[in-house]
Ligand binder design. Structure first.
Ligand SMILES: Nc1ncnc2c1ncn2[C@@H]1O[C@H](COP(=O)(O)OP(=O)(O)OP(=O)(O)O)[C@@H](O)[C@H]1O
Ligand code: SF4
Ligand SMILES: [Mg+2]
Length: 368
């Protein structure tokens, strides 16, 4: 019998699952490379594992270029994966267009960051929603049934009274209203999974909360499994049940959102949190303000994904890097005493004997 640990909350049914999901994009060859046999690729997503559960929001957080949208597009089966598996209700699924793709899209819907670009400017709200309802077989058999379904959809995203919005063109709507129409269009499929790629990042700060509250409400009322993609880790705490952190194409930390955002384990997650706008810190002491300088945050650039660093991809920026981090890829390691919380970081290896920071190249960055 081992020491008893605090029990984790009961988990709901897994709807969609990715295992070792990998996507490498070929790099277009330049003339001088034509004689070389080497085929260069962008390692956009490497060995990603995640589960989306019914009635839960999972946030996927990371900075620009970390691979978040590629994960969403792979899960939506818009990209062919290089390797790995995607399981819908436990069943391995690969679809490439046609009827099987439509059947998959009925259950797994993706919304895009820029609703203006994803809605056709020459068509009205009615056209976009009717098309979605019809493609997915939810348009009813009569004009009256279709009209009812359209009103229902607009009601679900709180665009009421429906008459005010239904015959509008995208340019006649605000950013928040356009994003609501894009969400309504996704709901026209009556999906089980909603992959929301940066749903609020292009909206004014004042209306972001309304759209996030709408998504939370949909999760609860429709029991949706939601993947919420964002580079704003603060919003993950507010909105998501679980949080996954991605860096340079790999998952580096995961767990329930409260734990990951309040007690981040991975040095990269700590960096993200230190970089996030925090009203308390902005108004706080000069010492707090100084803590937000790029140097203290482990500044530097994300690595090239064509030739990513060996070992831990974060090691060139990590203040805790140890010699092993430069060559050995850290596996998912459990954070002791926190059920479900893990980090891909050698600091959490119970058998680690190296001193954190001992690989730092710069004098002064070496841990004392
Ligand atoms: N079609 C493509 N062909 C080649 N490289 C691509 C392609 N799509 C994405 N990439 C590369 O893959 C990496 C991950 O891109 P991705 O768009 O998934 O990142 P992201 O985390 O969504 O970034 P952002 O926050 O800016 O949206 C980037 O280096 C990007 O340049
Ligand atoms: S594995 Fe090493 S380099 Fe990577 S985050 Fe952990 S301590 Fe830093
Ligand atoms: Mg993206």
């Amino acid at each position: 019998m081992t020491l008893s640990e605090p029990s984790a909350p009961p988990l709901t049914e897994v709807v969609l699952e990715a295992e070792s999901l990998t996507k490498h994009f070929p790099v277009r060859r330049r003339v001088r490379d034509l004689l070389s046999r080497e085929r260069r690729v962008v390692h956009a997503v490497d060995d990603v594992n995640l589960v989306l559960r019914r009635g839960r929001v999972t946030a996927l957080v990371g900075e620009s270029g970390s691979g978040k949208s590629t994960v969403a597009r792979l899960l939506a089966q818009l990209y062919r994966r290089t390797s790995g598996d995607i399981r819908l209700h436990g069943e391995s699924t690969t679809v490439r267009g046609g009827r099987r793709f439509r059947a998959y899209a009925r259950r797994v819907q993706l919304t895009f960051q820029d609703p203006f670009a994803s809605l056709n400017p020459v068509h009205t709200v009615r056209y976009h929603l009717t098309r979605s309802l019809r493609i997915h077989g939810h348009g009813g058999r009569t004009a009256a049934e279709l009209e009812r379904a359209l009103h229902d959809l607009l009601g679900r995203v709180s665009l009421t009274p429906a008459e005010r919005y239904i015959d509008k063109f995208p340019h006649e709507l605000s950013g928040g209203q356009r994003q609501r129409v894009a969400i309504a269009r996704a709901l026209g499929a009556d999906p089980e999974v909603l992959l929301a790629d940066e749903p609020v990042s292009m909206l004014d700060v004042s209306i972001r909360l309304g759209v996030l509250n709408l998504l939370r409400d949909l999760k609860e009322r429709l029991n949706l499994a939601i993947l919420y993609i964002t580079h704003d880790i603060a919003s993950a705490r507010y909105f998501a049940d679980d949080t996954l952190v991605m860096y340079a194409g790999r998952m580096v930390e995961g767990g329930d959102s409260e734990t990951v955002t309040q007690r981040p384990a991975h040095p990269y997650t700590r960096l993200l949190i230190a970089s996030a706008p925090d009203p308390d810190r902005i108004q706080g002491s000069p010492t707090d303000a100084a803590a937000a300088t790029p140097e203290d945050r482990g500044g530097g650039e994300p690595p090239s994904l064509i030739d990513p660093p060996p070992g831990c991809r974060f090691h060139p920026r990590c203040p805790n890097a140890m010699p092993r981090c430069l060559t050995a890829l850290p596996p998912r390691l459990a954070v002791q005493g926190e059920p479900g919380h893990w980090a891909s970081c050698w600091l959490y290896d119970p058998e680690n004997t190296e001193t954190p920071g001992s690989a730092a190249r710069e004098v002064g960055a070496v841990a004392s």
